[in-house]
Design a binder for this molecule. Structure first.
Ligand SMILES: [Zn+2]
Length: 882
């Protein structure tokens, strides 16, 4: 960013670059805020000090700062001379304000001088969940209350204070907060001084050193502290609301443990004087890693110690581990530009799994990684509308769109690939070396590669930049060209993989350096594989030691690489029977790849279904999840092909799950291993979701008992019981669930998922009413919409709702928030047919699509994929289903 502004003096708004002048650089901010909690405004003062890096010129004779939605702005130079600004011009479209002084003032400054500027202004405590905003909630007595909190990433610090709002500009921040005396004040650093004057409280916080603006944070409100019971060097507290203290203990304790884990792992102590985790009742993202003041939505922070489900425990732990990892990976060392956002997000994603693996080895975290992060990454990256990990986005509307599966999950998957390639020891040492060199500074992707290369001696930079700078990933096609008693020779070719199976030559110019990670029968005992062979040409041949008796080999051992393998059709039949020679990671990976391959027409859907049926006696939850998800994706593609085919597909899933559950005994016992519990939960859920009569009845009976006595069920089965109610319940059940929703306890989200899934028109209409009345919180709208879209009719209803209410939706969810992308995706991506594709395309052809154009393109690609799949394999599947 930050090119010199160079015009001829006459202002033409179209020519003004968004960037700010680079001849000065801020190094220190003193920020003051005075909160008016009744009219939802604040008065602000920003005193900012700049270094002069280059002299001013006649053309560039002003200061500029990013601003957005600030009002009554006045400014005064404090140093080197005291002088009121002669003009203050806001360029709202470019989100900046220009401050001009008398002609000679800035011109007289030399390189090395400093400038001190004071700006007074007013701001809004908005209800849009960005900037300095108001977060509304009902307290335990049902009274409406507000918390006032900040969410600045990516470019909303400018809504709270004028600044150089870019990650590459790191400055010191000293914050002063004033409000009514009853409110608690929290910021990144601990309070230095707190005074009460009359009915006002004034807090001055310790200086936050060298930080990017998007990581600055503060909040005021009725927060209640829950201190960590785990003894860590600095105080760790979760700030919650009254009545939720018990549910807040886990987060305080686990945050402390994660801090200790990462500082030992990276060999760099946590650098700040406390960590607070803040429960934000209204929050657009899951959580935000602000240094020392991490903010969370409720579902990502609170855990009922007596009532949690496996999914809740894993989600809360994973999010906390992610945000704490950011304290090093993102906050201490920050990406130089949004282009390298993946460094922050993939890093935190990868380390959160790594950290959970340490605390919960029984989770088999890396197996879940395959069915979760890796699967999400493949799903998005196999669409034409995917993007490269290192993205050139710089406009605020575009930055928000790249907080997606590519920046989080594909990057995380590549880090896992590098870890396998280099070995864990070198990988961790390389990362630690990178963090040490760039602490308190900014870094680029290349900087990380340099350190990994230095430690490992492997050509990381050259290899990895191909993976991160290009969009997509390869498919490796295997031909078996010669077989002897002891060997097999393979011919391998690589091309770009697209699920729409229509790669154009110009999209297929990249040859990836693919570490093949191949396994042969020599490896099977310990689950090891070769990490030395890199396939970096379009075509190659490879001879492997494979005996004619065992006849086993597999590429991509433990699904470590980011590529899809296409074997000859006959090899899948062999692999289907070689379950015992593969690890659970291999099998989960193979199912995921085959699912993509049949969507792309590279193998027949029936081949894939045969393999799944062959593996019905598996006992790993990851394998089962992957199988059930794959069956779900077939159902999603055949969604609009009529009830008969849907029912047959449902029966396959329901029977598979129910039979296995019968075999295991469905009741969860205390003595069951974590894996077994997890498996039972998945099977029970799938059986009920797909209409198995026996388990549906059990669930409904349980629910009706549960309404009288909440202890009758094992909490691990709670969510499935609610699902059964959503699919089969009556009006009375609806009312019961809605009552639970209004209680605002730990069941709020599952209750929301339940009553919004009722299919009858009257209930769907009620959901839209609740959205309009904001009884369903705007932050949760995506949950309600997803549930409505669970059926073909619901998918049509959603689309009609979006079309009718488009103007209001854009008003409520401005394009700079990524919520709009979610809404567009949810309301369009359920379609599966070409005429539906045309309708979506035609509607948006007339609209301004800034801020969600990527989500829309991805939705359209997803529809195309499904439409082509059905067209291609309709007959094959019909024959299979009989
Ligand atoms: Zn993150």
């Amino acid at each position: 960013m930050c090119k010199h502004f160079n015009d001829n003096g006459s202002l033409n708004i179209k020519e003004i670059p968004r960037d700010l002048p680079t001849n000065v650089k801020p190094f220190e901010y003193h920020l003051s805020f005075n909160v008016n909690e009744t009219d939802f405004t604040f008065k602000g003062e920003t005193v900012v000090e700049f270094d002069v890096l280059e002299p001013f010129t006649k053309e560039l004779n002003y200061l500029e700062l990013n601003t957005s939605e600030l009002y009554d702005v006045s400014a005064k130079l404090l140093f080197p001379v005291e002088e009121e600004a002669t003009s203050i011009e806001e360029f709202a479209k470019f989100q900046k304000t220009r401050f001009t002084f008398s002609e000679k003032t800035l011109l007289s400054l030399k390189k090395g001088d400093t400038i001190k500027l004071a700006i007074k202004y007013g701001g809004y405590l908005n209800d849009k969940m960005c900037g300095f905003y108001r977060s509304k909630y009902e307290d335990a007595n049902g009274d409406i209350k507000y918390q006032f909190v900040t969410q600045f990433e990516a470019t909303d610090a400018r809504k709270a204070f004028p600044c150089y709002d870019h990650p590459s500009i790191k400055s010191d921040f000293t914050i002063k907060m004033e409000s009514i005396k009853d409110f608690v004040h929290i910021s990144n650093m601990a309070a230095d001084k707190e005074t009460i004057i009359g009915d006002r409280k004034i807090t001055i916080f310790n200086t936050l050193p060298k930080h990017s603006s998007y990581l600055v944070a503060f909040c005021v409100g009725d927060f209640v502290p829950v201190k960590s019971n785990y003894n860590y060097r600095v105080p760790v507290t979760t700030w919650t609301v009254k009545g939720s203290e018990k549910r807040s203990q886990y987060s305080a304790d686990f945050t402390s443990k994660c801090l200790e884990f990462y500082e030992n792992l990276f060999d760099i102590p946590f650098q700040f004087n406390k960590v607070d985790s803040i429960l934000c009742k209204e929050f657009s993202a899951g959580a935000m890693e602000n240094t020392g003041m991490i903010t969370y939505r409720e579902g990502a922070l609170l855990l009922d110690p007596e009532q949690y489900t496996i999914a809740e425990l894993q989600r809360v732990s994973e999010v906390i581990a992610h945000e704490v990892a950011h304290q090093w990976f993102g906050n201490l060392v920050t990406m130089s530009d949004w282009t390298d956002l993946w460094l922050n997000e993939s890093g935190a994603t990868f380390w959160s799994w790594f950290c959970c693996n340490n605390f919960y080895p029984e989770w088999n975290v890396w197996e879940s990684f395959i069915t979760d992060s890796l699967a999400n990454a493949f799903a998005l990256d196999s669409l034409r509308s995917s993007h490269a990990i290192q993205n050139d986005s710089c406009e605020p509307d575009e930055i928000n769109q790249i907080f997606d599966a590519i920046s989080y999950a594909k990057g995380g998957s590549l880090l896992r690939m590098i870890k396998t390639w280099l070995g864990e020891k070198d990988f961790v040492a390389g990362v630690s070396s990178y963090l040490k060199e760039f602490a308190w500074q900014n870094a680029t992707t290349a900087d990380l590669w340099t350190h990994l290369e230095k430690i490992s001696g492997k050509p990381v930079k050259e290899s990895m930049s191909i993976w991160t700078k290009n969009v997509g990933h390869p498919i490796v096609t295997v031909e078996e060209i010669e077989t002897t008693e002891t060997e097999i020779t393979l011919k391998l070719t690589q091309h770009r993989f697209l699920k729409t199976a229509d790669v154009k030559p110009e999209e297929d110019e990249i040859v990836y350096p693919i570490v093949l990670f191949y396994k042969t029968e020599a490896n099977t005992a310990e689950g090891t594989f070769d990490t030395s062979f890199t396939f970096n040409t379009r075509e190659t041949s490879l001879t492997l030691p494979v005996s004619s008796s065992k006849n086993f080999y597999k590429l991509n051992g433990n699904e470590s690489g980011f590529f899809v393998t296409k074997y000859p059709e006959s090899r899948y039949e062999i692999l289907a029977k070689q379950s015992s020679l593969m690890t659970d990671d291999d099998k989960a990976g193979l199912i995921g790849e085959m699912n993509s391959l049949c969507a792309a027409g590279a193998i027949k859907t029936s081949t894939f279904l045969n393999l799944i049926i062959n593996w019905k006696s598996e006992s790993s939850p990851a394998i089962w999840n992957q199988m059930l998800v794959a069956l779900g994706s077939i159902k999603r593609a055949w969604f609009f092909e009529g009830e008969a085919v849907m029912n047959k597909l449902k029966t396959i899933s329901a029977d598979l799950a129910a039979n296995k559950l019968d075999e295991l005994d469905w009741e969860i016992k205390e003595s069951d291993s974590f894996n077994l519990k997890e498996l039972k939960v998945s099977l029970f859920s799938s059986a009920v979701n797909n209409g198995n009569a026996k388990y549906t009845k059990k669930s409904l009976d349980l629910f009706h008992k549960y309404l009288e006595d909440e202890t009758v069920i094992n909490p691990l089965y709670r969510d499935t019981m609610f699902t059964a109610v959503a699919l089969n319940g009556d009006g009375k059940d609806y009312d019961a669930v809605f009552k639970i929703y209004r209680k605002n306890d730990s069941r709020k989200i599952i209750a929301l998922k339940t009553f919004t899934r009722f299919e009858d028109k009257q209930f769907v209409d009620k959901t839209f009413e609740l959205i309009t009345e904001k009884i369903i919180l705007p932050q949760d709208i995506y949950i309600a919409l997803s549930m409505i879209g669970s059926t073909p009719e619901g998918t049509n209803t959603l689309w009609n709702w979006l079309k009718t209410n488009w103007d209001q939706v854009v008003k409520d969810f401005p394009p700079s928030l990524n919520m709009l992308s979610y809404i567009v995706r949810i309301c369009t991506s359920g379609f599966t047919q070409f005429p539906q594709y045309d309708a979506v395309k035609a509607f948006f052809a007339e609209k301004e699509c800034n801020g969600f154009d990527m989500a829309l393109a991805q939705s359209l690609d997803a529809i195309t994929t499904k439409a082509k799949w059905v067209q291609r394999d309709g007959a094959d599947l019909a024959e299979y289903l009989g």
